[in-house]
Design a protein around this ligand. Structure first.
Ligand SMILES: NC(=O)c1ccc[n+]([C@@H]2O[C@H](COP(=O)([O-])OP(=O)(O)OC[C@H]3O[C@@H](n4cnc5c(N)ncnc54)[C@H](OP(=O)(O)O)[C@@H]3O)[C@@H](O)[C@H]2O)c1
Length: 280
C-alpha cells in the first residue's frame, strides 16, 4: 500500500525494525491467534526483532509452520496449542506457559473469530455464545490466569476493531458486542493491575482469512496482515493506551451527533453489499 493509503487507513504503526528491536529484544511475548493472519505476521515480526515468541492457537500444524519461519530467520518460538473456547484448556495452557516462562513481558491478545449474520438468524446457530467464548471470556480467563507472569510489569495489547467503537451495524451484533465487551473489560481489569499497561489497537479492514469470505470487502481498501502487525506492535514502542485510525473519532462523533443518518448509511451499505453477492 502507498504511504498515502497507509496514512488514510492505518492506526499509528512501528515500521522500523531497529526501534522494535530496542523495545523487545530479549523479551518473552505471548501472541494468541498466532497460526494465521495478523497474529502470525505479528509473531514473525517479534521473532525478527529478537523476542522469544510464544505462539498460541488451536491448529498445532499451522503454529509449527509459523515457528519454523521464525526459527529460520534466527528467532526463538515455542508452541502452545490451545482452544480459548475451552475453559479447562485455557487454565491448562496458562499453567504450561508459566511453568516454562515465569516472566512474560507482553501478551498480544489477538485470537478472534467473526460471524456476519443477523442476530435473529444467529440465535439458532449460537453465534453469540460462540463469539463471546473466543473474543471475550476465553481471552479474559487466559489473562487472569497469566497475571502472576505479568506481575513484574508488562504490556497487554488487545487487537480490536474499529467496529468495536462505532455504531452498531446490521449483521455484526455478535462480533461487535463481543469485541467491544472484551475491550471495556480489559481496560477496567487493567486499572486494577499495577505495573501492567493495557493498550488497544482498533484495526480497520485487514486482508486475512477472516475477512476473505465477505465478497464486498474485496472492493474496499484494506491493510495487509504485515501492515496490521506493525500497528499492533505500536504500543510496545510507545506508551499509548488506545491507537486507532485518525478518522475513527469522526465516525464516533457522527454516531453522537447524527445517529439516525449514520444508521441509515450503514443500512444502505448493507444493501450495497447484498448487491455484490451478499455475505459469503
Ligand atoms: N481481518 C480484519 O479485517 C480485522 C479487522 C479488525 C480486527 N481484526 C481482529 O484481528 C484479530 C485476528 O484476526 P485475523 O484477521 O488475523 O483472522 P484469522 O486469520 O482468522 O486469525 C484468527 C486467529 O485466531 C485463532 N483462533 C480462532 N479461534 C480460536 C480459539 N477458539 N482458540 C484459540 N485460537 C483461536 C486462529 O487460530 P486457530 O484456527 O488455529 O485456532 C487464528 O490464529 C481478531 O481478533 C480480529 O477480530 C481483524
Amino acid at each position: 500500500m502507498s504511504a498515502l493509503g497507509r496514512f488514510l487507513l492505518s492506526p499509528p504503526a512501528c515500521r522500523d525494525l531497529g526501534t522494535l528491536r530496542r523495545a523487545v529484544a530479549g523479551h518473552t511475548i505471548l501472541v494468541t491467534g498466532a497460526s494465521s493472519g495478523i497474529g502470525a505476521a505479528t509473531a514473525r515480526r517479534l521473532g525478527e526483532a529478537g523476542a522469544t515468541v510464544l505462539l498460541l492457537a488451536r491448529r498445532e500444524g499451522a503454529l509449527g509452520a509459523v515457528a519454523a519461519q521464525i526459527r529460520a530467520a534466527g528467532g526463538q518460538a515455542h508452541l502452545y496449542p490451545a482452544n480459548l473456547a475451552d475453559p479447562a484448556g485455557v487454565q491448562a495452557v496458562a499453567g504450561r506457559i508459566q511453568a516454562a516462562h515465569p516472566r512474560l513481558h507482553a501478551v498480544i491478545s489477538n485470537a478472534g473469530r467473526s460471524v456476519r449474520r443477523r442476530a435473529q438468524d444467529g440465535e439458532a446457530t449460537q453465534d453469540l455464545p460462540r463469539l463471546l467464548a473466543v473474543n471475550f471470556s476465553g481471552p479474559a480467563a487466559l489473562l487472569l490466569a497469566l497475571r502472576p507472569a505479568l506481575a513484574a510489569g508488562g504490556v497487554v495489547v488487545n487487537v480490536s476493531s474499529v467496529s468495536a467503537r462505532h455504531v452498531g451495524a446490521p449483521r455484526w451484533s455478535a462480533y461487535q458486542g463481543s469485541k467491544a465487551g472484551f475491550d471495556l473489560w480489559l481496560h477496567a481489569a487493567g486499572a486494577e493491575w499495577p505495573r501492567v499497561r493495557v493498550a488497544s489497537v482498533y484495526l480497520p479492514l485487514v486482508r486475512t482469512p477472516m475477512s476473505a469470505p465477505t465478497r464486498a470487502y474485496r472492493f474496499l481498501p484494506a491493510l495487509s496482515a504485515d501492515e496490521a502487525a506493525q500497528a499492533v506492535l505500536w504500543p510496545l514502542v510507545r506508551p499509548v493506551v488506545r491507537a486507532a485510525p485518525w478518522w475513527l473519532r469522526g465516525v464516533e462523533l457522527a454516531g453522537l451527533l447524527a445517529p439516525h443518518a449514520l444508521g441509515r448509511a450503514l443500512r444502505v451499505l448493507e444493501r450495497w453489499e447484498a448487491g455484490q453477492g451478499g455475505p459469503a
